[in-house]
Ligand binder design. Sequence first.
Ligand code: CA
Length: 334
Amino acid sequence: MTKTIPGSDIDFDRNGKQVGFYRLPYSGHDDAWGVLPIPLAVIKNGTGPTILLQGGNHGDEYEGPITLGEIIRELDPATVSGRLIIAPAINLPAVNDGLRVSPIDGLNFNRTFPGDPKGSTTLQLSAFVHDVLFPMADIFVDLHSGGSSLSIVPSAIIEPSDNAELAGRIRKAVGAFGAPMSVVISNRGDTRTSTAAAVQAGLVTVGTEMGGCGTVSPKALDVCRRGVGNLLHHFGIVESSAAQASGEPEHLHELGPAAHILSEDTGVFEPCHLLGDSLRAGDVAGRVHCLSDPRRPPVDLISSADGVLYGLRHPGQVRPGNCCAVIASPCSPS
Ligand code: CA
């Protein structure tokens, strides 16, 4: 049996390791009949579930793509029971430029699902993931970090689901990842993210937020490597004596309606606490200073929630509406 797709030489049903590309036609100013070669790997052996591992959703988040590159180079197919489909740099134009959004059409890939095969480049990419890759997969892992504008506590992310059975399997998988924190994030209820679309498609879905600031954090990279290994073990795809965590996540947190602390002013953001510190509602999370008018006192940014300082804005300069701090509040499994 063979399973091939237009634009790729990979046979998704063949045993062994194949590393190649999905070639998305792209006719830009400097290349009339060219393609975007999106890296794609399949590692398959024996019987077992299919796990789709995605990195480079945002092009300035690096722990995921590095981890997936290591798996592509190092994992011996003989040790696999099932199939890994790995897209380590799915949003290639953004990855190549180290940008959150695509330099081609300005879109945020993670706000374009389910995509459109007749739309702009980013919409074609999300349609490829949604229409071609999701139907082949049982499990979806989307490896994010904080990116250029945020530093975030390394954590595994639960995308909410109305399906109680699926929600339970997602919670167990996130627990198995074994990150220092597990956080329920609905992205303000946005259904256009890849994880929301994957849950909608019935896939057991695990997200992450690793370090951030558009840099590589050795500590977060370690969490990411170990977490992906733990997941492969959890689903029985790779036997591992190194797997460390399983079961329900400890100390579950969520981003509630008051989680995001936004600036209402133009100025420079001063964080008043360190990432990971505990805050109470009413605490001053940070201040915004107006450098051009020293007569004006700084504006306090007050936390409206009890919890852990989960994310902090990285660039000092802020404008009205910028997210400066994020509070993750303790919650119980639902
Ligand atoms: Ca991200």
